[in-house]
Write a protein that binds this ligand. Structure first.
Ligand SMILES: C[S@@+](CC[C@H](N)C(=O)[O-])C[C@H]1O[C@@H](n2cnc3c(N)ncnc32)[C@H](O)[C@@H]1O
Length: 323
């Protein structure tokens, strides 16, 4: 089992989120002065800042995030760009509706930088991190949907095993799920420290030799389940192409193999809609291809970027151009 789809929490917390694959994203997304770009995962605004600089005062960047704290932070950080920056609080599951309500109907590029920001990870009260004690919450949008504690309290053993295995690629998913069910009969699992200690106990002393903290996979899996991060991704990526102008680009950075697979499938389906024989000069089947995939293989961070920012380790960037 590779570490490639596991996010890194084992390094010292960083005060600021470092944008991943920034030069590569800018080169492939190719924002032009005066362009309108959408950052569908605004976070603390690292990518958005670079996009705002590229589109200049006549351009516009719309930043969407489901986390009100991220919106607040990015609004302050990007204040100097004035009306060129438009923050929108909401889930990118509803991207097209959110944009339409803001009067945005056609754009020159869309970026998704999936997953979690260091800012979220480093706030113990949000419950994403096993490094500091906090409530087992993990909801990106604060107060909607079930918390991690509620999932741990109410899922049966088989469901817990599925979550840990599919979203965390945790080899000991079965043993951890069993231990959760046993422990919750004695006391509710409500704190990050309780869960981190439980996982450490189940994985035993050998886990101390892992390159990552033993609880990394369990925490990642629960976070993905709490926020339903993979459920709608293929549809969301597909729909986002409907607002791209011809020649505009879609860039997606994924950190998990399931996320990357959903992005790859969505892009491929958009690129291979037409069923006409290749000898036909123009499409006659009415199912024109909508995207040309520019990255036959995903772009990965350089060794130097990973050394500087270990969080980038599992990143994979895929880009397509609207035909
Ligand atoms: C990796 S961070 C983005 C970091 C940003 N690109 C930067 O460089 O500063 C991902 C952000 O996407 C947000 N997010 C994740 N899923 C979302 C969704 N379905 N809708 C809206 N925002 C989402 C998270 O709350 C988080 O702030």
């Amino acid at each position: 089992m590779s570490l490639s789809s596991i996010e890194d929490q084992t390094v010292a917390p960083r005060p600021v989120h470092v944008p991943v694959l920034l030069p590569e994203t800018l080169e492939l997304l190719a924002p032009k002065p005066g362009g309108i770009l959408v950052d569908a995962t605004l976070g603390p605004g690292g990518h958005a800042e670079a996009l705002l600089e590229a589109v200049g005062p006549r351009g516009r960047v719309v930043g969407v995030d489901r986390d009100a704290e991220a919106i607040r932070f990015a609004r302050n950080r990007l204040e100097r760009f004035g009306e060129a920056f438009l923050p929108l609080h909401g889930n990118h599951r509803d991207l097209i509706r959110l944009l339409r309500e803001a009067g945005v109907f056609a754009v020159d590029g869309v970026l998704f930088d999936l997953g979690i920001s260091s800012m979220q990870l480093d706030a113990p009260e949000r419950g994403f991190s096993f490094q500091a004690d906090g409530p087992l919450d993990m909801r990106m949008d604060g107060d909607s949907g079930s918390t991690a504690a509620e999932i741990l309290a109410t899922s049966d053993e088989a469901e817990l095993r599925r979550i840990l295995w599919s979203y965390g690629e945790e080899r000991r998913a079965g043993a951890i799920a069993r231990a959760v069910v046993e422990q919750r009969e004695r006391e509710p699992l409500e704190r990050t420290r309780q869960l981190a200690e439980l996982v450490q106990r189940v994985l035993g002393p050998a886990a101390k030799r892992f390159r990552i903290h033993p609880a990394t996979r369990t925490f990642q899996a629960l976070r993905i389940a709490v926020n339903r991060e993979i459920d709608d991704l293929e549809r969301v990526v597909t729909e986002s192409v409907s607002i791209l102008r011809r020649g505009a680009r879609l860039a997606v950075i994924a950190y998990h193999s399931l996320e990357d697979r959903a992005v790859k499938h969505a892009m491929r389906a958009l690129a291979e809609r037409c069923i006409c024989p290749p000898r036909l000069p123009v499409c006659g089947c009415g199912r024109e291809n909508l995207l040309s995939v520019l990255t036959s293989k995903p772009v990965r961070p350089s060794a130097e970027e990973v050394a500087r920012n270990p969080r980038a380790r599992s990143a994979r960037l895929r880009v397509g151009e609207r035909l």
